[in-house]
Write a protein that binds this ligand. Structure first.
Ligand SMILES: [Mg+2]
Length: 366
């Protein structure tokens, strides 16, 4: 079990409550990390739904209350776990931004890779006020531009400095990168290197800082880099494990997942590879505690903003783990079906026994 004492006890949590370990176990979590949820999950839920409604309205689609958001789970909205210490005045907008990010990723998944790369570039250009001269964007990208611009303005209005950092990350990192190069199927380290280039965890850190109302400098990030590196690896392994049941049906050239890496490089069966990634999650969590401990010993006199940030890392990943094990996004057919829309009926039927249904889930096609 991990540390139960805060690394910097002089900065206790005030906007969240700790989740019962038994509840985590019942949900199938095996993390040794603690998990917390923001006490205003209702606001996060409102932000998520607002993003979905805006997206549906802009696409001339009907939003209905049965539709669940990308970041929904029956135990709480993803933002409430990932940004559990978020201040009350920005919980709704942060959850909106988080949902929009997921919607954007899903939208890109439906385009072929060259089209998606161009669309991605154009969205970035729009946000950094460069002229879009590359022809017509897909309609959904134009819609996303509008929604992003509006929510970024909301963030800036709440907190100019921290909001600007979030905007910069979205344009510089998150919107710039997209899987186009081939995924290295060599070592776990090489794989992480590739993932860090393609998944902007920096955006996540900046969103956490925005939630706290305490922007961090580049020097702050450099100082914390060993700690952020192990946190990011743990996050990615957790994501890989829980998204594998869906990702395994994607185009084999585009699967970025440690389970797939082990199947390909270590001639493991799928079951063995899953067991290995589970063990990797635990090993990385154990390493996280060691690195955090030495980091805190080496830097006892951090400014408040850093102490708070170091304190939230463990429960934010623990909470993400809990969300992953409970969300329809990773556990329901609703998301599986669009991914395999090209798959044969035979394959769909073969998948059915594996589907985990949640209350209100749509009926799988027969
Ligand atoms: Mg994944």
């Amino acid at each position: 079990m991990g540390n139960s004492i805060l690394p910097f006890p002089d900065y206790p949590f005030v906007n969240s409550r700790e989740l019962d370990r038994d509840a985590l176990k019942r949900a199938g979590c095996f993390t040794t990390f603690r998990a917390r949820i923001n006490i205003r999950d209702n606001l996060a839920n409102i932000g998520m739904i607002r993003a979905d409604k805006d997206w549906a309205t802009a696409k001339n689609q009907q939003w209905n209350s049965i539709t669940v958001g990308c970041t929904f789970s029956p135990v709480g909205t993803a933002a409430s776990f990932m940004f559990f210490e978020c201040l009350p005045d920005r919980m709704e907008v942060l959850s909106y931004l988080n949902e929009l990010g997921f919607l954007h990723d899903d939208d890109m998944e439906t385009l072929d890779s060259e089209l998606a790369l161009n669309a991605h570039k154009r969205l970035r250009n729009a946000l950094i006020c460069e002229k879009d001269s590359e022809g017509k964007s897909p309609k959904s990208v134009a819609i996303m531009k509008k929604l992003f611009s509006a929510v970024v303005l909301d963030c800036l209005e709440i907190d100019l400095a921290a909001g600007r950092d979030v905007m910069r990350c979205y344009t510089d990192d998150w919107l710039k990168v997209l899987d186009t190069s081939s995924i290295p199927l060599t070592t776990l380290d090489e794989y992480f290197k590739y993932r860090f280039e393609n998944v902007s965890l920096r955006t996540y850190w900046r969103m956490i800082a925005f939630g706290h109302g305490t922007p961090l400098s580049d020097e702050d990030f450099n100082l914390m880099s060993p700690l952020l590196d192990i946190t990011a690896r743990t996050y990615l392994l957790t994501n890989d494990l829980y998204s594998w049941p869906i990702e395994k049906y994607q185009n084999k050239d585009h699967i970025a997942n440690a389970v797939f890496l082990y199947i390909k490089t270590q001639t493991m069966s799928e079951e063995e590879a899953i067991t290995k990634v589970k063990q990797d999650v635990l090993d990385h969590e154990a390493r996280f505690f060691l690195i955090r401990e030495s980091f805190c010993k080496a830097h006892p006199d951090h400014p408040a903003r850093l102490k708070k940030f170091v304190n939230v890392l463990e429960p934010s990943i623990g909470g993400y783990h809990y969300w992953c094990s409970t969300c329809p996004r990773h556990n329901s057919p609703k998301r599986i079906f669009p991914c395999v829309r090209m798959a044969s009926t035979k394959r769909l039927k073969a998948m059915r026994p594996q589907l985990i249904l949640y209350p209100g889930a749509p009926t799988p096609p027969s």
